[in-house]
Ligand binder design. Sequence first.
Ligand SMILES: NC(=O)C1=CN([C@@H]2O[C@H](COP(=O)(O)OP(=O)(O)OC[C@H]3O[C@@H](n4cnc5c(N)ncnc54)[C@H](OP(=O)(O)O)[C@@H]3O)[C@@H](O)[C@H]2O)C=CC1
Ligand SMILES: O=C(O)[C@@H]1CCC=N1
Length: 305
Amino acid sequence: MPARKAKNRVRAVKTPRRTSQKKPARRRTARQPLVGFIGAGNMARSLAGGLLKNGWARNRLILADPDSAQRSAVEKVLKLKTYATNNDVAARADILVLAVKPQVLRAAALELTQAVQRRRPLVISVAAGVRLADLERWLGGGLPVVRVMPNTAALIGSGAAGLYANPRVAPEQRNQAESILRSVGVTVWLADESLLDVVTAVSGSGPAYFFRVMEALERAAIAGGLDAATARLLTLETAFGAAKMALEGGEEPAVLRARVTSPGGTTEQALGVLESGGIETLFHQAVRAATRRARELAEMFGKGA
Ligand SMILES: NC(=O)C1=CN([C@@H]2O[C@H](COP(=O)(O)OP(=O)(O)OC[C@H]3O[C@@H](n4cnc5c(N)ncnc54)[C@H](OP(=O)(O)O)[C@@H]3O)[C@@H](O)[C@H]2O)C=CC1
Ligand SMILES: O=C(O)[C@@H]1CCC=N1
């Protein structure tokens, strides 16, 4: 298994070093770029919350959302500054994260065109499906844009994100985008933009698949006679233990599975049921369906000048 990328502390924008003959050169902490989120929903909150937990300065994160309930939740829970107007964030942000649903991305981007053409931030879109070419066009062209597919586990620093940049993204900006995402989980740069749709289907939506398995196992445990609290504890700790073993032990999941499966034992019976229920085919179909949906979203919401 490839080694996990070591987590980096967030890298701030480098400021030019000044020297003075009178004063000895003092080490300065470079100011973190101001990261502004357009949309303050699930994904923006997971990323902003994860960044905060990883040492990002509270005054270097701002969010915009027209929904006052979302803004209040962010202000109350994360204690971050929010704005009702997207342009108030776009006028200030060094890095602008577009975290609205694909359905509203075009309208939101068109509204930001003047502000981003004036300020020229690094733009990061986390929207499923919507292509770089469409986004660039809506924003007025010529901007550095990175498409990222993160997941909500960013909130606890265990996210997994795929990234793809347009050619206008300078190496330093690539590092900035990667540093932000890496401070809340692992990152993978993709060779082809279309692979982001597969990443969306695997790790973007993926937490939901594992939660669904947990729900099913927990209910089966209760049906078998365990009380709800015990069923939950055993289910969650088992999921956690299995993921930790697979990540840290350096052995293939199939090898780890074989070690649990005593010949003629209990696991063999359970796995037999899952196999005859078509677990492998089901996951292939699920990932294909989600990938297809990402492509449909691009078709449906990526059109228009
Ligand atoms: N949730 C996830 O696990 C992941 C989501 N993503 C992507 O992240 C993006 C956001 O998803 P998610 O956070 O789940 O969605 P949410 O609906 O939770 O958040 C989107 C937020 O944007 C607000 N909003 C709507 N219109 C605008 C606008 N014009 N300007 C600013 N804000 C607006 C919404 O308000 P209101 O509720 O009033 O509409 C809502 O608060 C999507 O594109 C999705 O594909 C990517 C990876 C994982
Ligand atoms: O379900 C969705 O469309 C978004 C993208 C990946 C996870 N949530």
